[in-house]
Write a protein that binds this ligand. Sequence first.
Ligand SMILES: [Zn+2]
Ligand SMILES: [Zn+2]
Length: 105
Amino acid sequence: MSDDADQPTHVDLGQHSERCRECDAAVGEAHDNACWTARCLVTGLNRTGCTADHDCGQDLWTGWWPGQLECEQLGWMLRPGVPDLNRLYTEAVWDRDRCLWVKPT
Ligand SMILES: [Zn+2]
Ligand SMILES: [Zn+2]
């Protein structure tokens, strides 16, 4: 069984991926401008949805779905491998310097 590389499959949360499923960026490479996986580095939220008047920066593909590692670190998981992203986006705060979500202090 192999997924057709040209067919973006639904996001498999919890799965490491060598390439961004949306724009095909490799780990450590910047997403392309239209990629909906990329995060705005100022707000931590989806870059394609960011309408703020600032430079959203160049988010890099890490191999993990955005928020996955933070949820694991914070223990905010719905079940093993499935991060509770709603909780992350409502309760955590975005640390611009480190480019990750952290618990509010
Ligand atoms: Zn991408
Ligand atoms: Zn932005």
